[in-house]
Ligand binder design. Sequence first.
Ligand SMILES: C[S@@+](CC[C@H](N)C(=O)[O-])C[C@H]1O[C@@H](n2cnc3c(N)ncnc32)[C@H](O)[C@@H]1O
Length: 96
Amino acid sequence: MHNLDQTPVEFWESHYDAMSPHSNGIPGKMLVRFVDSLAPASALELGCGRGDDAIWLAKKGWQVTAVDLSYRALEYAAANAQRSGSASRSSLPNTI
Ligand SMILES: C[S@@+](CC[C@H](N)C(=O)[O-])C[C@H]1O[C@@H](n2cnc3c(N)ncnc32)[C@H](O)[C@@H]1O
């Protein structure tokens, strides 16, 4: 349940505190549909969460910059990128 007194940062930090840190490894269907046929280039992901989409892109050869409002999400995304072996193709600044 969303507490209306929470700021967006508080909402998303508590959301990720309650989640497993691990990426499910499944990119969004719309991303796959529109990007799968494109040649790899640069991508900026706004709101990367645990990194599912960013890591999928990086594994396909994209140079990804992923940002998120939540520091917890970025910690998880960075660890997931490391685990996947794609960290050198992604960078994780914190917020926009
Ligand atoms: C529905 S999640 C999407 C996560 C990811 N793209 C995925 O598919 O797994 C939305 C994300 O946007 C982030 N977010 C919300 N508002 C933001 C903002 N103003 N700037 C950066 N990130 C934001 C949230 O912290 C959350 O991680």
